[in-house]
Design a protein around this ligand. Structure first.
Ligand code: ADP
Ligand code: MG
Length: 247
């Protein structure tokens, strides 16, 4: 068996009396999309924040690429190769598309990257930024003001910003949120191509996308994983149907 790239073990986070995540364990394998689904308030964003480093867990451990990253902050985890996108946009709307991508490459764009020191030359920053824009299909809009992009294009730009750090794995919190049918289709096709370079832990409400993309699905309810399996397993699981699919 190949070793998991990301091994999340027994994570717990309480807010007062509420256990937002309660002994959550899951793995992400090379080449895989592992979807995390569950009702609003289940603890999905809390879990992503603990893995990315913004929230420190009360208990548990995160092993990434063979190293224990639990003591590391967000910047160090990003440098170690854990890329992420946010449920809420972290783009600078008055800057151009290219400028946002350069900020990402600089390690200066968005709250996660703020503490990086610039270590690359301008030409390298620009090359990385342009490669990322090319990758998501936004190069032709490089000079546009970010505020003038469509919602779907801004979502792709967020992925491009994360891509500039050349992550080994991705944490994504609802990348399809607010996208129409066409936008969802484009994002789905892009994520499908991305998994070869970097596996994705994907929090997503859009079940068409989840069933189309996920190699495995885990279901989080009240902070606990109640099932992990293939799309087929999850569709057939009685506990899941009762707790989540409302049957
Ligand atoms: P999801 O992303 O699955 O919708 P969240 O992880 O955002 O769920 O939230 C899980 C639970 O934790 C919710 O009940 C939410 O209200 C609570 N919660 C999240 N963040 C905080 C916080 N900073 N302080 C207090 N409660 C929080
Ligand atoms: Mg959430």
């Amino acid at each position: 068996m190949t070793e998991a790239l990301l091994d999340i073990k027994g994570l717990r986070k309480s807010f007062g009396a509420l256990r937002a995540t309660d002994n959550v364990s899951l793995t992400l394998n090379p080449g895989e999309i592992h979807a995390l689904i569950g009702p609003n308030g289940a603890g999905k964003s809390t879990l992503i924040a603990q893995v990315a480093g913004g929230l420190s867990p009360d208990a548990g451990q995160i092993v990434f690429a063979g190293a224990d990253v639990t003591p590391l902050g967000t910047a160090a985890r990003a440098q170690a190769g854990l890329g992420r996108t946010f449920q809420i946009s972290a783009l600078a709307m008055e800057f151009s598309v290219l400028q946002n991508a350069v900020l990402g490459a600089l390690g200066a764009g968005g709250s996660v990257w703020r503490f990086f020191k610039p270590v690359m030359r301008d030409a390298e920053l620009r090359a990385r930024a342009e490669a990322a824009l090319e990758r998501v299909g936004l190069m032709e809009h490089a000079a546009k003001r970010t505020a003038d992009l469509s919602h779907g294009q801004r979502r792709l730009l967020e992925v491009a910003v994360a891509l500039t750090l050349e992550p080994k794995a991705f944490l994504m919190d609802e990348p399809m949120a607010g996208l129409g049918g066409e936008g969802s289709k484009r994002m789905t096709a892009f994520l499908d191509s991305l998994r070869r370079d970097a596996p994705i832990l994907l929090v997503e409400h859009d079940m068409d996308a989840v069933f189309a993309l996920a190699d495995r699905i885990s279901v989080l309810v009240y902070g606990q994983i109640i099932a992990t399996g293939t799309a087929e397993d999850i569709r057939a699981n009685r506990d899941v149907r009762a707790a989540y699919l409302g049957e």
